[in-house]
Write a new protein. Structure first.
Length: 169
């Protein structure tokens, strides 16, 4: 069973069971991340940098779209988008599950087996009074078996999420 399929199955309860979704206005976010690429396998360790847009409006009451760009120090680039779910535990703690698909260029780094790669991520964050967040995420990137090989990679990322409306204050 491909790891990405297993990750999607494990993330499915996040889409269906939402303990307490904050009733407060949830803004669109500009997210900056820095991380450790290939954390688990460790055969191609690199720094990983992310820039993402996370829309504030919910669809189907809990699902929100996102789009992003990811670049590693070995020149790998992933760009894509998908869906996410924010689950609030009280007003401060936010658990986010996301999945997406995008295009991948390996640069001088790890060959993930396809130009199309799927990304699934789980993150735990703290929401500040100004609605910005600091979170730690663990994600998996792979081609879900559509390529000749599917080594996949895991990434540990520290995010800072800035409400876009704060950019124009």
């Amino acid at each position: 069973m491909p790891r990405s399929f297993l990750a999607a199955v494990l993330a499915l309860p996040l889409l269906l069971l939402t303990p307490e979704v904050s009733a407060e206005d949830d803004p669109s976010l500009l997210s900056f991340g820095v991380g450790w690429w290939d954390l688990v396998a460790g055969d191609d360790d690199q720094a990983d940098f992310r820039l993402e847009y996370r829309h504030g409006q919910r669809f189907l009451h809990v699902v929100k779209p996102w789009a992003g760009l990811e670049v590693t120090t070995a020149g790998a680039v992933w760009g894509g988008g998908g869906l996410l779910v924010d689950i609030y535990f009280g007003r401060r703690i936010v658990l986010t599950g996301s999945t997406g698909v995008g295009g991948f260029y390996e640069g001088d780094g790890k060959d993930l087996g396809s130009a199309v790669e799927f990304r699934s991520t789980i993150e735990l964050g703290y929401r500040f009074d100004d609605r910005s967040r600091l979170s730690l995420a663990f994600g998996h990137l792979s081609n879900a078996g559509i390529g000749d090989s599917n080594p996949g990679t895991e990434v540990l990322t520290l995010y800072y999420h800035l409400p876009i409306d704060r950019l124009f204050d």
